[in-house]
Design a protein around this ligand. Structure first.
Ligand SMILES: [Zn+2]
Length: 355
């Protein structure tokens, strides 16, 4: 699935299948000189937003694109292929920091005033734009208010609601396309090792069909720890594990991952309970390889009389979970251990009956 360009770099074939329509739209707008100068690309992580924009910025500076693809062999493509081109500025959170700082945005305004090396245009990518601190956001706002004619700024964010409304209103917002099940399966199958292919269904389910996220779960061997954690959560409800042992395992896994695993389980449970309430249970998947999530959900039971209460409590729990996840990535430096303990305690109190 990979090929070598003339600079000798290995690069993924981009865009990925689910990104093709957006790629076509943006490249047509760029060719017709109708591309907005500030774009906000939103959408959940794990869909390849960064890969897409890195490749697209190379197309924008390519000296002789063929159709909607960069040629791969001109001087700009070769430089861009080595991850460095003076017309592309990639801004992201620096190591050890939790936010994008004002100095990084000052570098952007200097960059916007420089002449383009390629003679085409200059491209700025701001990763995790919701992490701009307040001075950086205000500095960016000034740059957006006075756009430089041949500079294009792409803000990337999976939490666009946290950006200043004044920044959002100056950008054209584009919701990044998601992959359908067939696309995600085909893409992932081509990249998994033979042994990981057995876990294909479970990986897609655990990642909510986000192909790149599913791949990273496989590569980091995370699926095993996810299953182990879900099973102990279930055992806690069934009375065969203690809150102490669950907290111990969660601490080992880490706060961020634990909250994510909990959110996968609670989302799946909410879907199941809503399904039983409306008696329109979704069709069982025809695949015999049920994931740990599906299997465990099928063992949580509610009688008609307890269903409404369980669902209501679960929805409250889900909100608390989201709040904890937001706190964890905020700059207020919360205590992860306290967050974990509080969330697991709330899980323990949920009125769920398991087999
Ligand atoms: Zn080229």
């Amino acid at each position: 699935m990979t090929e070598l360009n003339e600079a000798g770099d290995e690069f993924e074939e981009l865009p990925y299948p689910w990104q093709e329509p957006l790629w076509q739209d943006l490249s047509a707008a760029f060719t017709k000189q109708r591309l907005a100068h500030s774009l906000l690309i939103t959408g959940v992580s794990g869909l390849g937003k960064t890969d897409f924009l890195t490749a697209f910025s190379r197309l924008m500076i390519c000296a002789s694109p063929s159709g909607t693809r960069a040629c791969g062999s001109c001087v700009n493509c070769l430089q861009g292929g080595r991850d460095f081109h003076p017309d592309i500025l990639d801004i992201s959170i620096e190591e050890g920091s939790k936010e994008i700082k004002v100095d990084q945005i000052r570098a952007l305004s200097e960059f916007a005033h420089k002449t383009s090396h390629s003679g085409s245009c200059k491209v700025v990518l701001i990763q995790d734009a919701h992490r701009l601190n307040i001075s950086a956001a205000n500095a960016l706002l000034k740059t957006l208010e006075e756009p430089s004619p041949n500079t294009f700024i792409f803000l990337v964010s999976d939490l666009p609601g946290r950006l200043l409304p004044t920044i959002r209103s100056r950008c054209q917002t584009i919701k990044f396309p998601t992959a359908n099940r067939e696309q995600a399966e085909a893409w992932l199958e081509g990249r998994l090792s033979e042994s990981d292919k057995e876990d294909l269904v479970e990986l897609l389910e655990a990642s909510f069909n986000r192909p790149l996220y599913a791949l990273s779960l496989a590569e980091e061997g995370e699926l095993k720890s996810l299953s182990e954690f879900l099973r102990i959560l279930y055992k806690l409800k069934a009375g065969s594990a203690t809150l102490h042992s669950v907290t111990g395992l969660a601490t080992k896994i880490g706060c961020g991952k634990t909250l994510h695993y909990l959110s996968l389980f609670s989302t799946a449970l909410i879907k199941k309970l809503i399904g039983s309430e409306t008696e329109a249970e979704s069709e069982e998947t025809s695949d015999s390889r049920n994931s740990a999530i599906t299997e465990l959900c099928s063992r949580v039971n509610c009688t008609q009389s307890t269903l409404k209460l369980a669902l209501r409590e679960l929805l409250v729990f889900d909100q608390e979970l989201n709040k904890a996840r937001r706190q964890l990535t905020s700059t207020t430096n919360p205590n992860p251990q306290l967050l974990l303990e509080s969330i697991l305690w709330q899980w323990d109190k949920l009125p769920l009956v398991v087999e």
